[in-house]
Write a protein of this length. Structure first.
Length: 400
């Protein structure tokens, strides 16, 4: 039966854990709080070590807490991160997304820094500062950086955070045997979508939407084992979905995949969501890493990296690239269907003036169409935010 305006606002007949208020996807104020309480505290993937192969290679990264960062490999091979902000008068230091800089010189007044963040030159220092200030008194703000779990470069802007190992815990255990040799990014794709970053992560946390993917219905949903896949939640909001074997040859025109992955059964698939917006997706021959980097409550950059083994022969690499780009990457259909889903949610929520509810209420014994993955995410989100995702601001008691 259709709903009138009052009925439309009625809460779903579920416990509060089984729905959220759409305000969490649209509110500027909630986004600002997320920047401080979530992105300002969690470990976030900035890039992959293979994207900085040589000394002085750098990438710039717009950290979702709001700080622009430089990630740079030093002469000693160590990858470090810094605020991309000059300590003199706050100018942006590096503008290019990627490059090589033995010396980082600010264009404004020509102060220079090395790849360890030390200030190495202050123009006309003596004349202006006499003995009151010199290079040793200036330096870039360093950000905690660790490389791990497949060679990704993780950063944390909170100096007091736990270690990356503590943050991940056992969540990546299912992939442990698959990530023990050096990897290499062979493809990078970026989508800017007018939607909330959590909606993308939600899509990676529920598979009920396989109804949207013709390919997945044929290669996965109608194959034995699909409905046996179980969600496992881990501390800090991470979750894994157990492996299954995908029948790629069930899709008309698909050839059997010729290249596999160490430790993964042929046609295997392991997916692990890392809070608050990263997903490891290992399918047969390719690891795809999604990172959702919000630009605001209704705009997100989603980075997609396709990775193979550093030791690949040219033939193996060519096959991985073909598999990634034609099935799971930007020239496949799956990724676009997912993007259409979250784009549509963004459109509908932005246009909707009254807050409403989104259901996370499916229970199927924690198997693949159970929405427990999203519930697990929002339990952690609520814990970190000090508020429930299902209680609108108008009803929430003031934060203490
Ligand atoms: S702002 Fe960078 S040198 Fe002045
Ligand atoms: Fe999908």
């Amino acid at each position: 039966m259709s709903r009138n305006s009052n009925e439309w606002k009625e809460r779903p007949p579920f416990p509060q854990t089984h729905y959220v208020n759409t305000e969490i996807y649209t509110s500027e104020q909630i986004f600002r709080e997320e920047q401080a309480k979530i992105f300002g505290k969690c470990w976030i993937i900035a890039c992959h070590e293979s994207e900085l192969p040589g000394a002085y290679d750098f990438r710039t990264f717009n950290h979702p807490s709001g700080a622009p960062l430089i990630v740079i490999r030093g002469e000693d091979g160590t990858v470090r991160s810094f605020y991309n902000i000059c300590p003199h008068r706050g100018n942006l230091l590096l503008y290019d997304p990627v490059g090589n800089a033995k010396r980082i010189t600010c264009i404004f007044h020509a102060w220079s820094f090395n790849a360890k963040g030390d200030c190495i030159d202050i123009s006309r220092a003596k004349q202006g500062y006499q003995d009151r200030f010199e290079c040793k008194d200036a330096g870039l703000r360093e950000v905690k950086t660790e490389i791990g779990y497949g060679g990704f470069v993780w950063v944390n802007v909170d100096d007091d955070s736990c270690s990356l190992k503590e943050y991940i815990g056992d969540a990546l255990g299912l992939l442990e045997a698959n990530l023990d040799q050096p990897l290499e990014v062979f493809h990078y794709h970026k989508a800017v979508v007018n939607t909330n970053y959590k909606l993308w992560h939600d899509t990676n946390s529920e598979f009920y939407h396989d109804y949207m993917h013709y390919f997945n219905r044929i290669t996965g949903m109608i194959q034995p084992g699909y409905f046996d896949r179980k969600y496992t939640g881990y501390p800090n909001g991470h979750a894994s979905v157990g492996s299954m074997s995908i029948k790629y040859d069930a899709y008309e025109g698909s050839a059997q995949r010729g290249v596999g992955w160490p430790g993964l059964a042929p046609g295997g698939w392991v997916l692990i969501d890392i809070f608050p917006g990263m997903t490891y997706n290992l399918r047969t021959s390719v690891l795809r890493m999604d990172t959702a980097i919000p630009l605001g409550p209704d705009k997100v950059v989603i980075e997609f990296r396709g990775l193979g083994l550093k030791s690949d022969t040219p033939e193996q690499r060519a096959e991985r690239i073909r598999d990634h780009n034609t099935i799971w990457g930007p020239f496949g259909r799956n990724l676009h269907e997912d993007l259409l889903g979250v784009h549509g949610q963004g459109l509908a929520m932005r246009e909707r003036s009254d807050s409403h509810w989104v259901l996370h209420g499916r229970e199927e014994n924690q198997t693949i169409h159970d929405e427990v993955g999203m519930r697990h995410f929002y339990a952690e989100w609520g814990h970190r935010m000090g508020r429930s995702a299902s209680v609108p601001s108008t009803e929430a008691s003031p934060a203490t």
